[in-house]
Structure formats: structure tokens, C-alpha cells
Design a protein around this ligand. Sequence first.
Ligand code: 13P
Length: 222
Amino acid sequence: MIVILNNKCNLNKDEFKAYLKDISEIKTKIDLVLCPNFLNISEFKSDKIILGSQNVSAQNSGAFTGEISANILKSYNVKYCLVGHSERRKYQQENYHEINQKIKKLLESNITPILCIGETKEERDSKKYKEVIKEQLLSAIKDLSLENQKKIIIAYEPVWSIGTGLIPTNNQIEEIFSYIKSYIMTNKILYGGSVNETNVDTLKKINLIDGYLLGTLSLQEK
Ligand code: 13P
């Protein structure tokens, strides 16, 4: 079981120090991966929690002002990195090609990509959701060897569920997980979107679930 904590654009330096102290006290046997903002990555210290990143450049290190490459992340001991989060697809217009490039750069640096995919409310209502998920998935793994494809963790995060309190039924999630497995067989699959202490008991019963991707809950006091 793996749980990814996505801090998003939250926690200044002092807040992060207090937060890290707080979550370091959690006793758990699961793999807990923390994805702070880029600056807080350099403040991270823990022997229990694993370090992740929320983003990476699609470029190698070099003349790319404002970018952080996979090689730089690696030097900070980053082990996992989110790619294609719906907020980046929406606000930074991150496209299929960039997402595919980012995955390649991460794999070259031995950082595990966590590919986020999921449909909007309109896409679900118009029954286009499977088509959308297939396109997001296949474009992201384009030109990757089977061996590299297997290294990617897939996070199913329906856009309509993120930060809304709405979650799909277990049947709806299982349908998507099986669909994902029909294209990319051996990968770990996570669910993300409005996961909280109450609904996690229901989500735990999902067939094929390997863990969760948490936004709001990652910031709550323990
Ligand atoms: P919430 O848990 O706030 O819905 O956010 C989910 C998410 O976007 C994690 O990446």
C-alpha cells in the first residue's frame, strides 16, 4: 500500500517545518510519499517518509529558466514525481507530448513517475470517459519500452472529484481500474479525489487498489 501526499501550492518554509515534524510522528507500515512544493523539497528531512515532487521539467538541465530537471530532483533524493496532474493540464496547459517527455526524463533519472489521469464531469456525463482515459494513458507511455511502462504508477483522479467532496462509486472506480489494466498490466494503481478518513473505509474494498493520492487530507493536522 502506498499513500502519496500532494501538498500542492501550500505551506511556507516555517509552516512546512512544523508540518514535517507533525507527520513524521505518524506510525505506519505503508509507504508514505510526501510531495511538497519545490522549495520545501530542499527543507525535507525524514528517515520514515519518502520524498516526491509535484512536477518536473520536460527538458534536461541547461538553459531553461525557471525549470527544475529530473537530474536536479534526483540530487535532492526525490524518488517519485507526479506527472500530468489535472491542475497542471488545466492551468499550465500541459499537453500529451510534454507529459510523455517528463515521464521519459524521470525514468532516465530513476525517479518513479506517478501518472495522473481522469475525466471531467462533462466527459463522464457524455460517456466519453473511457476514450479520454485511454488517450491520456497511451499518449503518456508513447515510445516507452514495456519494462519502462511497468515502472509507472497510475493515479486515477477524476477531475470532478478533486476538492469537491464527490467520489465515484467503487463499481465506477473498479471499471476504470480494469480498463487501465487492459492497457498497462502490471502497474500499481492509486485512487485520488476527495479521499477522507470516512470514505477510505469504503474505498479500501476496491479490487486492484494499491493506494491513494491525497490533496486536502494531506494538509490536515494529524
Ligand atoms: P483532494 O484530495 O483535495 O480532492 O485532491 C486530490 C488531488 O488532487 C491529489 O493530487
